[in-house]
Design a binder for this molecule. Structure first.
Ligand code: PMP
Length: 346
């Protein structure tokens, strides 16, 4: 039970200091001890709260951002929600250029959090003036005092994790961590966290999780951007079709790829076994851990930290919908018989 019942000045004070929770069942047969850094405990329910707060406060320190100014970003995902939340408390306007592929739920959520949302056509190239990249750039050029977060190409994204996620994991494991497993999208989480941890102990092994259909793993291995690696996949927030400068490829020891289907089943398994209701990429990270175990990566005495980036509630109409799973051909035999309908006799 929590010892202190604290009172906070505002919701932003709750960002970071997320718990490290032992995985007791899902990894029970594996050699080593396994812990999840559960980022859903942030008030915006994801790890992106950290970068939203850090980048905005850095812009304030540098005098770029003043009350009433505008924060701009191109995302309908977790970063958008976190930026909107920080903007409310700090008195900024938040403008988000999102793709028309974004679900109505996501757009409604961002609007509820006070963001102004520009819905841009999904199937145009990145340099088309209608694309969400170009719309965000244009709005940034037009609005004096606006800040374009540009998380894929912003070093402050990585710095946010160097200054918070890394030190927290070091302290929580009392310096005994041997492996870090984290998803890579912008690469900010894994690069910043790994930089801090490797400064403390260069022997810590850092493993990035990538999606089939993304270029990151191949780029890490060959330094070659291979367009042939790119094809559509379902996991959101993991992998990329470009090389983000927020990723420090040299600090990552290896990448491992995971499939849409196995990641979805593993996310459900985390809920069933550990009682942790986490998102699709948490399933991906845990799936990577399972594959690493099969490869013989871990031994008795290892202390492995896997990062779970966000909360399961954002995936109700996807991996936590039996209907969606069926439509994808992802049949989960273990949870299929959970629902019993009782007929009442009058
Ligand atoms: N999981 C989810 C759900 C995300 O939205 C992201 C961000 N794209 C990631 C993982 C990856 O984190 P990062 O961008 O720091 O690499």
């Amino acid at each position: 039970m929590k010892e202190n019942i604290q009172v906070f000045d505002n919701v932003l004070e709750l960002i970071g200091k997320t718990p490290l929770i032992k995985l007791n069942k899902i990894a029970a047969d594996f050699d080593g001890d396994f812990y999840a850094k559960v980022e859903a405990f942030n008030p915006g329910h994801s790890t992106k709260d950290r970068i939203a707060l850090y980048i905005i406060e850095e812009a304030e320190r540098q005098g770029i951002l003043k009350p009433g100014n505008t924060i701009i970003e191109t995302t309908s995902g977790n970063t958008g929600f976190s930026l909107a939340m920080v903007s409310i408390i700090k008195g900024y306007d938040c403008v988000l250029a999102v793709s028309s592929k974004s679900s109505a739920d996501k757009i409604d959520m961002l609007k509820t959090m006070g963001a102004k949302v520009y819905v841009c056509p999904a199937h145009v190239s990145a340099d088309d003036p209608r694309s969400y990249y170009q719309v965000a750039k244009r709005l940034h050029d037009e609005m004096e005092g606006s800040v374009y977060i540009n998380q894929y190409f912003n070093q402050l994204n990585t710095d946010a994790h160097y200054n918070s996620t890394g030190p927290e994991i070091w302290e929580q494991t009392e310096g005994e961590i041997t492996h870090l497993i984290a998803c890579s999208g912008t690469g900010g989480t894994i690069s910043g966290t790994a930089k801090y941890l490797k400064e403390q102990n260069p022997n810590i092994k850092v493993i990035g999780v990538d999606a089939f259909g993304s270029v990151l793993k191949k780029y890490h291995e060959t330094k070659e951007f291979d367009e042939n690696e790119i094809y559509p996949y379902r996991i959101e927030g993991l992998g990329k079709n470009l090389i983000p400068t927020a990723t420090d490829f040299d600090i990552i020891d290896k990448f491992i790829k995971v499939s849409d289907e196995e990641s979805a089943h593993t996310a459900r398994e985390i809920a069933r076994t550990e009682g942790l209701f986490v998102g699709y990429t948490s399933g991906a990270a845990m799936q990577a851990l399972k594959q690493l175990e099969v490869e013989g990566e871990f031994k008795v005495g290892d202390k492995v930290v896997v990062l779970f980036p966000d909360h399961g509630s954002r995936y109700m109409s996807k991996i936590y919908s039996d209907k969606w799973m069926e439509e994808q051909g992802f049949v989960d035999s273990k949870s299929a018989s959970n629902v019993k309908t009782i007929e009442f006799v009058k």
